[in-house]
Design a protein around this ligand. Structure first.
Ligand code: ATP
Ligand code: MG
Length: 328
């Protein structure tokens, strides 16, 4: 993979805002990252840092009218998705970039049978298939994602499936159209640890088979370590560090990342407790002070951190911290 080759997806200086009752909240600020073909990129950070808003912005699925993209580009396959017509974007969504969510019930419709929903997805994206071919494709995909007795499952409703099975159905639905990119937004958080491991294994196997790229969103560094090639760390709507996975684990440069990694929970604690060891709270999006957004929790903060926003600097391993050089 040469630095000059064009990445499959390149997000450049993406900025997203929400109108709230208290004013305009800048949920994403200057988000830039690349996703190479066949790569798994992790996006990690605590609740509210902007992981889901990043994926919704890429997919142009922000809640309207409150949310809007106010700057930046999302270059996919040589075109800026943010400039596409709604129709053209519809052709990309689900077809070339698919998404799976934390809670499958938000994506599955409770009143339709599983088979109907899978076939609808295919009908939309592969209209050339006849009824028979659609059914065969659905059964084949359910088998592939490890669902026993797929013919029977097709006739069931989502509520008749276990959480793990629903998640598999959603993965099957996302993969039916053979996307180039799968965005997985905390797809295993609601599942128990054994099922979680099975789903991660499944994603890895499917990726090996079809070569798709994955953006894997989580607040769990343990999951990141298992599945990702590279990782983006977010804090308060900004990327504060990104690097190859081993590099990040061996040489975390940002004080926040260093705190996160020291705080990796033991197997018996909840991932949500990840940040207990970094004192302080994330300020509200509405009143971030000027400068670095981590300043109020950072033991290394100096006057300039409160005045200027540090740029995201570095080749390969990038970090947004004036003092990062001291840790290199
Ligand atoms: N519809 C909305 N209106 C106003 N603010 C919103 C809206 N959706 C998200 N936000 C704000 O944007 C910020 C980022 O939210 P986002 O859902 O991306 O967080 P996240 O990193 O995915 O968190 P989690 O790990 O809990 O899923 C939050 O502070 C949230 O309050
Ligand atoms: Mg989220």
């Amino acid at each position: 993979m040469s630095a000059s080759s064009r990445p499959l997806l390149e997000v450049r200086h993406l900025a997203t805002e929400f109108d709230t009752e208290q004013g305009v909240a800048r949920a994403l600020d200057d988000i830039s990252f690349r996703l190479e073909a066949g790569e798994t990129l992790g996006i990690v950070g605590e609740s509210g840092c902007g992981k889901s808003v990043t994926s919704l912005s890429i997919m142009r699925l922000l809640p309207k009218p409150a949310g809007r993209i106010v700057g930046g580009e999302v270059i996919f396959d040589g075109q800026d998705l943010l400039q596409l017509s709604p129709d053209a974007m519809h052709g990309i969504r689900g077809n070339r970039i698919a998404m799976i969510f934390q809670e499958p019930m938000t994506a599955l419709n409770p009143v339709y049978r599983v088979g109907h929903q899978l076939e609808e997805a295919l009908l939309l994206h592969k209209p050339e298939l006849d009824e028979r071919q659609r059914r065969d494709a659905c059964i084949g995909m359910l088998e592939k994602v490890g669902i026993p007795a797929p013919e029977r499952r097709l006739k069931e409703y989502p509520h008749q499936l276990s959480g793990g099975m629903r998640q598999r159905v959603m993965i099957a639905m996302a993969l039916l159209c053979d996307p180039d990119i799968l965005i997985a937004d905390e797809p295993t958080t609601a599942l128990d640890v054994t099922i979680q491991a099975q789903i991660l294994q499944l994603l890895r196997d499917l990726q090996r088979e079809n070569g798709m790229s994955i953006i894997f969103i989580t607040h769990d560094f343990g999951v990141i370590a298992e599945i990702c090639d590279r990782v983006v760390v977010m804090y308060g709507g900004r990327i504060i560090e990104q690097a190859e996975i081993l590099e990040l684990f061996d040489h975390p440069l940002h004080p926040y990342t260093r705190g996160l990694l020291q705080a990796i929970p033991k197997l018996d604690t909840e991932p949500k407790s990840l940040l207990k060891t970094i004192p302080g709270m994330v300020p509200s999006l509405l009143d971030f002070p000027p400068g670095c957004r981590f300043q109020n929790r950072c033991e290394f903060a100096e006057p300039r951190c409160r005045e200027e926003t540090p740029p995201l600097l570095g080749e390969g391993h990038q970090v947004r911290c004036f003092r990062a050089e001291e840790f290199r």
